[in-house]
Ligand binder design. Sequence first.
Ligand code: GUN
Length: 292
Amino acid sequence: MVLIDGKATAAQIKAEIKEEVDRIVSNGGKRPHLAAILVGHDGGSETYVKNKVLACEACGFQSTLIRFEDDITEEALLAEVDRLNCDESVDGFIVQLPLPKHISEQKVIEAIDYRKDVDGFHPINVGRMAIGLPCYVSATPKGILELLRRYNVPTSGRKCVILGRSNIVGKPMAQLMMQKQYGDSTVTVCHSRSATLKKECQEADIIIAAIGKPGFLTADMVKPGAAIIDVGTTRVPDPSRKSGFRLSGDVDFEHVAPLCSFITPVPGGVGPMTICMLMQNTLSAAKKEFYR
Ligand code: GUN
């Protein structure tokens, strides 16, 4: 069994990005600049955004954090999005989700200039990804593809089961795993209503679990030799931790790991890769790799 080390892979990719940025800047080019909008004080969002700013520093990027209280109006937030769309010093930006209930997330996402949408959430990027055109691919599926590639996990012609159908993981993951230029796999998407979920998993060569149910994927559901990617990051209470919680994956790691060819741990698997893929997208934005 190979334990896929997302933390080490992410550190290596960030070092590769830093090297490229140093080269660009020493040749007189512009330092990549990521801006992030954070609304309110949600604990998870605070942590994510803080880590995004730290990752920018590690990559040699400029970063700007823009904070609003959670009573900001939708109109004011849309105006800020428009300001960033027009700010030529900003290569890419994100609006951290979730947003307060009185603000339409979809409206905000669609207000972002798709050329600066380094989260890859705008329908233009989602659509281009679905038909295999150059675009910003959202960070979690992109990070999983990168782990599969760097660890030489065989995917071409293999059966891949995806657990979960969310817009930010399950759906894009399915689109990418089926495409010849990425996974080239035979893809099945299962969700909470799938009658044959257990059987599908038992037949899978690769399982990507993204349903947010701690320990859901158990050893009896896994074919010996399968590769397992765990996207779950549910916070479960843990009084022994300073934070009061720990992260729990969707996989019963203790019993599944001995069966597998490859497996990602939680934490330290997919999680660290996501922020690093946001950095890659920001570098692509600065280089105008996809759009002029
Ligand atoms: N909230 C949870 N994950 C993400 C993400 O990847 N991007 C943004 N903008 N918000 C999130």
